[in-house]
Design a protein around this ligand. Sequence first.
Ligand SMILES: [Zn+2]
Length: 326
Amino acid sequence: MAETIPTTMGAVVIEGPRRAARHWVPTPEWGEDEVLIRVEGCGVCGSNLPAWEGRPWLRYPLPPGSPGHEGWGVVVRAGKQVTSVALGDRVSFLSDRAFADYATASPAALCVLPASLAKSPFPGDALGCIMNIFRRSQIRAGQKVAVVGAGFIGAGLVALASRVGAHVAAVSRRPWALDLASRLGAKETFVMGDDDFATVRALMDFSGGEGFHQAIEAVGAQRTLNLASQLVATQGRLVIAGQHQDGLRQVDLQSWNTRGIDVINAHERNPGHRVAGMRAAADAVCSGALDLTESITHRFELADVASAFTMLEQRPEGFLKAVLSP
Ligand SMILES: [Zn+2]
């Protein structure tokens, strides 16, 4: 028998800048071409920070569950027109209301998770990002790859690139994150101190002087964009994986031109590509290519949402990725 669906549910509501709590709200209705998912968890993402910190164009309170977009859970109701998933399927899904007990999604926005992942948290959209960035980077065995930023996305890219036989250098301000990058396969790690010139020089030495086939910028800041740009070899690829959310950027186009580098914007948000990325991620986690054991570092209940956002903002030692669960 199908499980009972309560009429009200817990959901995170961001009430204003740096104010959030779990509220009780109506459980969402699902349409004939939608499913209702009992959420097991949702990743807390760097792109959530503007909603938490406040921006002039945001109207508070935000809708319940927003901006949680890395949800996974179990399909508990399906509309009449839905044929591609069944009740009880465990899925990751695209929805930006997933900081809640329940969420709705259309079948096209779902990735059914294999039974072998039953115990694993699966912040699908973040994992899909890693897979899509990796695919666009076109990294092959023997290439030299620099990953600038060793957060959740950067760490995943270090693991995938190392696994295909690339020589990976990881760069971060946080020694703790670099230790993890080493365990995930990085050949060398570089602490990003105050002197970016020295950091670039050390990395260029590691590359043998000619630079890297791929330099992946996985932070989303002007400074790391500058740094990664300088590492790319002639006709190499600058892969922009960070989310640059806080304004325009300046680039040294002359230097890009003279080296003839390819610049890849790898953090695309097309829904079809995001779902394809989630499916690739499910395969990668099943096969062991992507191991989340060390990279999901914190778990919070919905009621502790403020602590989760504060931690995301401060990124203390030992923090890589948090998930929120009902
Ligand atoms: Zn995200």
